[in-house]
Design a protein around this ligand. Structure first.
Ligand SMILES: Cc1cc2nc3c(=O)[nH]c(=O)nc-3n(C[C@H](O)[C@H](O)[C@H](O)COP(=O)(O)OP(=O)(O)OC[C@H]3O[C@@H](n4cnc5c(N)ncnc54)[C@H](O)[C@@H]3O)c2cc1C
Length: 515
């Protein structure tokens, strides 16, 4: 990838800064239209918010409550497309809204019928009223005291960082160049207009320049910092807000149905979701002054999640039950001075500054494709590129595979699973689990280094496998073997391994509550 950058003599049609959902979506859209695309990520792909979502491909029942019908309809349409284009990663998940007060079942029942109706033919499954005994059958750990019944509805669930990797693989297969550990440190300009980027290779420290007809700033919550590289006087457009999730073992939610709490004390919704054999609970919405790559949960966010979940679960979760805490930052487009972040729009914003830098921010994972289509349409106008139509509505993503067995630990690899199994067959030591509590094997680490651009232990345990997000302590225990496997693949020495294990263990402790 780096050689292809240095050997290119003409400007790229688009340089995309940021390797999250937004940037990867833009890269896929642009390259599949036939444009020359370079994508640059400062850390690993998905290190920002795009690996830290609630893992829902959804219209957003909450946005329906807020009356944002346009966003809900757009997201429901995209939900249907994602299921068609990446069936190995997106699946239908049943949710129950439990009803403890007399008015809740009719009230949420009507709202969710509207949700079904808005989805039209993209509907996952029809919502319906469940009597108390059926709620208890589906959710054996629900608090039964005062429970009257519930409403069942359907939405999508996915694995965010795996989808991101598949998007980048799709982009690369169409000819895009995508690099991680490459940080944009400056923008270059010609006649006052942004014309390219100066990039520092974070592995070697060397710098290179790449020129483009259009530079797209898709850096999420970091967007204003890039805009201010082009114009130090640019006023900010992004209001960062963080959201925390807690992960518990499966015993808190042993079935395959999720709980949706429709109204928390901070006027939000809270989900408890079965995910990769664990229970994921979140999230919060807390305005923060500035974005950083490893946001920390506050004590009050943790208490809030534990307390709210405890009101709905027979077995109240405590701090000691938490296996991992992870936090993401929403890149919300700014509202007026009086807006609170929970009420700011989740619609996306595309902005072209006087410098010609195009910034895309906001939106949701679910709507990445639609955002990308809008963005590339704007970029083509701005860069006076030959007009070409978007083809991503029905573009199958890398790994496309239908009918996978959801119990297969390699199911999220889709069509790649067969090749990983071949690695295991060729070397049975790669088939054994790296930790008894998690389903991951050495073959996945080898695969990640060879085919998914994993460069560090963190990449392998956070975003190629999801070990760190599921069980931080188990992930720490896996680090030495993962470092050894990666060192073999990447030609690194013992000192590198030791340094990698140390760095990863320090990071993983931040995902453990005891710390
Ligand atoms: C708590 C939470 C839960 C969410 N849950 C859901 C959900 O369930 N469903 C859903 O649809 N949406 C959800 N979202 C929204 C969704 O996750 C985000 O909208 C999406 O991930 C944003 O992606 P992005 O690419 O814009 O930002 P990011 O993923 O943050 O990517 C930006 C990238 O830019 C890189 N970057 C920054 N500066 C530079 C530089 N100088 N050079 C190179 N690269 C740089 C960063 O390292 C980062 O990787 C959730 C968001 C949060 C915070």
């Amino acid at each position: 990838m780096l050689d292809r950058i240095s050997s290119r003599r003409e400007p790229w049609d688009l340089i995309v800064i940021g390797g999250g959902a937004t940037g990867a979506g833009v890269a896929v859209d642009a390259v599949s239209r036939g444009y020359a695309v370079l994508l640059i990520e400062q850390h690993d792909f998905g290190k920002g918010t795009s690996s830290r979502s609630t893992k829902l491909v959804h219209g957003g029942v909450r946005y329906l409550q807020q009356g944002n019908i346009h966003l809900v309809m757009e997201a429901l349409r995209e939900r249907g497309r994602l299921l068609e284009n990446a069936p190995h990663l997106v699946h239908d998940l049943s949710f129950v809204v439990p009803a403890y007060r007399w008015w809740e079942a009719p009230f949420y029942g009507i709202g969710l019928k509207l949700y079904d109706w808005l989805a039209g033919r993209d509907r996952f499954g029809a919502s319906k009223y469940l009597p108390r005994r059926e709620v208890i059958r589906r959710l054996p750990t629900i608090r039964t005291e005062g429970l009257r019944g519930g409403i069942l509805y359907h939405d999508g669930q996915f694995d965010d960082s795996r989808l991101l990797l598949n998007l980048l693989q799709t982009a690369a297969e169409h000819g895009a160049v995508v690099v991680n550990y490459a940080r944009v440190v400056r923008l270059t300009s010609t006649n006052g207009k942004t014309a390219g980027v100066v990039v520092r290779d974070e592995e070697t420290g060397s710098e290179f320049t790449a020129m483009a007809r259009v530079v797209v700033n898709a850096t999420g919550a970091f967007g204003d910092a890039i805009r201010q590289m082009a114009d130090p006087a640019a006023t900010t457009m992004i209001a960062p807000s963080q959201g925390t999730h807690l992960v518990f073992d499966r015993s808190f939610l042993p079935g395959d149905t999720a709980i949706m709490v429709p109204h928390t004390s901070d006027e939000r919704v809270l989900f408890a979701i079965p995910w990769h054999g664990h229970t994921l609970v979140g999230t919060t919405d807390v305005a923060i002054p500035a974005a950083n790559l490893e946001p920390r949960a506050t004590s009050s966010e943790i208490d809030f999640i534990l307390e709210t979940a405890g009101r709905y679960l027979a077995k109240r979760p405590t701090r000691a039950d938490v296996l991992s805490v992870f936090v993401g930052i929403r890149p919300l487009a700014k509202g007026d001075a009086n807006s609170i972040t929970a009420a700011l729009s989740r619609d996306h914003t595309i902005r072209v500054d006087g410098t010609g830098l195009l910034t895309i921010a906001g939106g949701k994972w679910t709507t990445y494709r639609n955002m990308a289509e809008d963005c590339v349409d704007q970029a083509a106008k701005l860069g006076q590129l030959v007009r070409r139509h978007c083809v991503t509505k029905s573009l199958h993503l890398h790994g496309f595979h239908e009918g996978a067995d959801s119990a297969d630990p390699l199911a999220t690899y889709g069509a790649d699973a067969a090749a990983i199994r071949s690695l295991q067959d060729a070397d049975p030591s790669l088939a054994t689990r790296l930790h008894p509590s998690l389903p991951y094997s050495g073959a996945e680490i080898v695969w990640a280094a060879r085919h998914e651009m994993a460069r560090t232990v963190e990449d392998a345990l956070s975003r190629r496998t999801r070990a760190l997000f599921l069980n931080a302590k188990a992930a720490r225990a896996m680090a030495p073997r993962v470092a050894e496997l990666l060192a073999n693949e990447l030609g690194r020495d013992a000192a590198w391994q030791a340094e990698q294990v140390k760095a990863f263990c320090e990071l993983a402790r931040r995902y453990e509550l005891a710390d």
